[in-house]
Structures are given as structure tokens and as C-alpha cells.
Design a protein. Structure first.
Ligand SMILES: [Zn+2]
Length: 203
């Protein structure tokens, strides 16, 4: 009854999600997928990092690191990101801007301590090994070095029917000129282009 239906539409949603992710990365253009299933509202937002952050690489300066952490916090709290019309509670957030803690703290430190004493020679070679290791670990998954998207996903639980959302991040991301929005609910589906002048999506 309800469960099989949910399973089917979630499958449908993930295939659409895949299609969204497979689209071209165009600066100034974001994508939003909205799916409503009973009392659950799922939002998936994809933004070029160039517009969301101003750079498309790992943070290199303290300033870049702090703007990335700030944005991560904004996404986590949904502060000026997306307003949902209705009695909705944010029950889940996922985004690709993980806070960067100190990766440099590695096994090497532990190894160092464990070997403090009279194992100087063994320690030196271990040191070299670990050093080499450290330099590789951080750069996995960087095949696309030139461009980067940021993805945010929200799950809302809503007490009453939702018939629209407003994207409230245009003001803080002036280079973001449009978001292609796609919505799927039990009533149907549609496409709409959102912008600073037209930030509200209704269905
Ligand atoms: Zn780019």
C-alpha cells in the first residue's frame, strides 16, 4: 500500500537525481530537484562552487577555508538557503562541503610516539613511509580538477501540504543567475527557472 509506492517513487527520484548530476557544469547555473512524498519533502540543490564559494579547488588560504566553513554551516542550518512554505521541520541535511579538519594529524604522529626510544633507524624509515602516505591521501577523487559542484540535500517533514518553496541564496551568491528547478509530487511534475527576480517555485 504505502510502502511499495514509496519505494517506487524513491527509485524514480534517484534516477532523476542521477540525471541532474550528469548535466553540464555551467557557471551561474544551479539545479534544484524537489520531490514530495506524503509528508516528506526532499530537496536537492547543485551549485557550481565558483558561484557558491568563489573558487573551485580545495581551500588554499585561511580566508577560503573560513568562507567554506561558513557556507557549510549555512547549508547545515539552512540559513538563507531555501524557505519552505508550510509547517515543515528540517529532519535531514547532507552536503558535500565537509568541514576540513586537520588532515595533517596522521598515523605518523602515533608511530612517532610509539617508537620514541632507541629504535632510531626503524623510526626513520617509518617516518619516510608515512610522509609519502600523507601526501597521497588528501587528493583522491580529484579527477575533475578544473570544476567543482557543491551539492546540498534537505529532508523536511511537513505537517500540512506544501505548495511551494523560495530559494533565498541568490542575494549572497550574486554570480548565480539561474537555478533550473524540477519538481515531482504525487500530483505531477514540472520544470521552472528560478532567479533573483523569481526565486519562488510553486506546484
Ligand atoms: Zn566550474
Amino acid at each position: 500500500m504505502k510502502k511499495p509506492y514509496l519505494a517506487v517513487s524513491l527509485l524514480f527520484f534517484s534516477s532523476v537525481g542521477f540525471a541532474v548530476n550528469a548535466q553540464q557544469h555551467v557557471h551561474g547555473q544551479g539545479e534544484l530537484l524537489v520531490s514530495q512524498e506524503g509528508s516528506m519533502l526532499h530537496l536537492q540543490l547543485v551549485l557550481p562552487a565558483a558561484d557558491a564559494l568563489g573558487f573551485e579547488h580545495e581551500p588554499e588560504t585561511t580566508e577560503q577555508l573560513s568562507s567554506q566553513n561558513l557556507l557549510a554551516e549555512r547549508f547545515t542550518l539552512n540559513t538563507n538557503v531555501i524557505d519552505v512554505e508550510g509547517k515543515c521541520e528540517l529532519v535531514g541535511v547532507e552536503h558535500t562541503l565537509e568541514a576540513h579538519d586537520d588532515h595533517n594529524k596522521s598515523d605518523h604522529e602515533d608511530a612517532h610516539e610509539a617508537h620514541s626510544g632507541d629504535h632510531d633507524e626503524a623510526h626513520e624509515s617509518e617516518h619516510a613511509l608515512h610522509k609519502e602516505h600523507d601526501e597521497h591521501d588528501e587528493h583522491e577523487g580529484h579527477e575533475e580538477e578544473k570544476h567543482q559542484n557543491i551539492e546540498v540535500e534537505y529532508q523536511f517533514h511537513c505537517d500540512d501540504a506544501v505548495s511551494g518553496i523560495t530559494v533565498t541564496l541568490f542575494e549572497s551568491m550574486p554570480s548565480l543567475s539561474a537555478i533550473q528547478a524540477q519538481w515531482i509530487t504525487e500530483r505531477g511534475q514540472g520544470l521552472s527557472e528560478l532567479s533573483a527576480g523569481q526565486p519562488t517555485l510553486r506546484w
